[in-house]
Design a binder for this molecule. Structure first.
Ligand code: SAM
Length: 503
């Protein structure tokens, strides 16, 4: 999954164009930038917490808004596209209650943080933000809600660690969000939605889509895989798939709203199975969504190699609306490490899937996720990861140092690769991948691609487009180009992006 952290706040949104028929508008999930007031900004601010840490424990909550006082809200999101889209749906719930979004938390009656706990660093961010609301530092009556993975992980303990928080809700309880907000408005000071044993999906009547170019659609929630490093099954609950008719209805609706690009989402998107009598396979679902009149691009993420079947490649081959891009996290190139990670495939089995993708009639762009320094990873294991990267030649790799997570199966194993060594391996891997990307991107010189223009950098006079393979291409353009599909010829190439001219 484009696993880089994305921070989206209301401050990113003003001025961002809303989609109009045939002309979608703003920044996308894989981009290292987004539009701010119509301008491009990087996501580097992710780590920049304004305050030193969590509130002192055992202070009474002094910031609770009560009895119908929740009129305005501010929401900040950390984590993957699934979190971003969850926040879009949460905002739909708030808007349907008549609440108004504001751009500054100081003006909000309700401040919500939608959190990520995939790695320790990500989990810490919310405590940094909550420091803003320590006793004496914030304004008046304000309700603070922590949503998502850290909420689920910390549960009731949140109230001890951060007493200014009055609502703690994991994603498996979002279907009850309206009811939880009622409790908050009725003056309850410690409201929780922490049940995990759900078979419900989070359906909303309204969704506030923040990305005017790409409509996210969740098709499967939770995860049952229990990879030994991964916290997701404990924070997002059991796997539950949405019925194909609901997904297709939503796809038609977003196209009616003007979107031409859809991205189907799930932590393990290709494990989707149709609970409806239609019993579509995942590949059939891709084909059906790809046939919705008006759609021009369909993407999906994140696929798990175990469920990556040849019919998915056949579906991509059969319909050019399905983007020529697959994100297939391998995590390690060593079969021994994969076994300890409980990934359910060997290096050889993974490479067979890759060969199946490479045999497609269309050249499909490949990306992956890799963890270095997992418990017991030897130098030889790591070398196997490097050799796999050399063999596959990915177009993009998201790489991480292993971070032990609470309640995971690997938590009890010895996290015995030293931090410094993890850092060394990460740097070596990233340097190797950088060289591969330079080579692969330079091989595209002179080729032309259709891009969807997602931004414009006034200072440089450059438009920023994205190809179906998810490559970013900068080219001389104008603000009016934003939202258009244009053909661009590549004139130069760096490791992370291409430069071109209108063809
Ligand atoms: N569900 C997807 C899967 O299993 O392939 C990926 C979900 S996760 C949000 C994105 C990536 O974060 C994973 O593919 C993995 O590379 C990384 N990740 C997950 N747990 C991690 C951990 N404990 N330490 C470091 N990286 C981790």
């Amino acid at each position: 999954m484009g696993s880089e952290l994305i921070q989206i706040t209301l401050a990113n949104r003003p001025g961002a164009p809303r989609p109009a028929a045939g002309s979608p508008g703003e920044a996308a999930n894989f981009a290292p930038w987004h539009l701010v007031d119509g301008r491009i900004a990087t996501n580097e601010a992710c780590g920049a917490g304004p305050s030193p840490g969590p509130a002192n424990a055992h202070q009474p909550p002094e910031t609770l808004a009560t009895s119908g006082a929740l009129k305005t809200f501010y929401i900040e999101t950390f984590g993957c596209q699934m979190n971003v889209h969850d926040s879009e749906k949460v905002q739909g719930v708030l808007l349907a209650r008549g609440m108004i979004p504001v751009e500054d938390h100081a003006q909000a009656d309700l401040v919500l943080y939608n959190t990520c706990s995939i790695r320790e660093k990500a989990a810490q961010k919310v405590f940094s933000r909550l420091g803003t609301f320590r006793k004496g530092r914030s304004g008046t009556r304000k309700a603070i809600a922590v949503l998502g993975c850290v909420a689920q992980q910390e549960g009731e303990r949140f109230f001890e660690r951060a007493p200014q928080v009055s609502l703690v809700c994991g994603s498996a309880s979002y279907a009850r969000l309206g009811q939880l907000l009622d409790q908050l408005e009725a003056g309850e000071r410690r409201v929780t939605g922490l049940a995990l044993d759900t078979d419900e999906c989070f359906e909303t009547e309204m969704t506030r889509r923040d990305n005017p170019f790409r409509a996210y659609l969740t098709i499967i929630e939770g995860c049952d895989q229990h990879c030994s490093f991964c916290v997701v099954p404990m924070t997002r609950g059991p796997q539950r798939s949405r019925a194909s008719d609901k997904i297709l209805d939503e796809a038609r609706r977003v196209v009616d709203q003007g979107y031409t690009e859809i991205q189907l989402l799930g932590q393990i998107v290709n494990a989707w199975h149709d609970p409806s009598p239609a019993r579509l396979s995942f590949a059939e679902l891709l084909s059906r969504v790809g046939e919705v009149p008006g759609i021009r691009r369909l993407r999906f993420t994140t696929s798990h190699p175990r469920y990556f079947t040849p019919d998915i490649v056949q579906a991509i081959d059969a319909n050019p609306i399905l983007c020529d891009q697959v994100h297939l996290p391998v995590q390690s190139g060593s079969t021994a490490v994969l076994a300890r990670m409980l990934r359910g495939y060997t290096r050889e089995e993974y490479l067979e899937k890759i060969q199946g993708i490479r045999r497609a009639r269309r050249a499909i762009s490949l990306s992956t996720d890799i963890i270095v320094g997992f418990c017991g990873e030897t130098e030889e294991d790591f070398e196997q990861t490097l050799s796999l990267i050399r063999e596959v030649e990915y177009d993009q790799v998201f790489s991480f140092k292993y971070s032990a997570r609470p309640n995971t199966l690997a938590e009890g194993s010895r996290d015995n690769v030293a931090e410094e060594e993890k850092g060394r391996r990460l740097t070596e891997l990233q340097e190797l991948q950088r060289q591969i990307q330079v080579r692969r991107n330079q091989a595209l010189l002179g080729e032309s691609f259709e891009v969807l223009v997602e931004g414009y950098q006034a200072r440089l006079g450059q438009a920023v487009g994205r190809s179906t393979t998810n490559r970013v291409i900068n080219f001389p353009g104008s603000p009016e180009d934003v939202g258009r599909y244009l053909t661009v010829k590549v004139t130069s190439a760096g490791p992370n992006s291409l430069v071109g001219v209108r063809a």
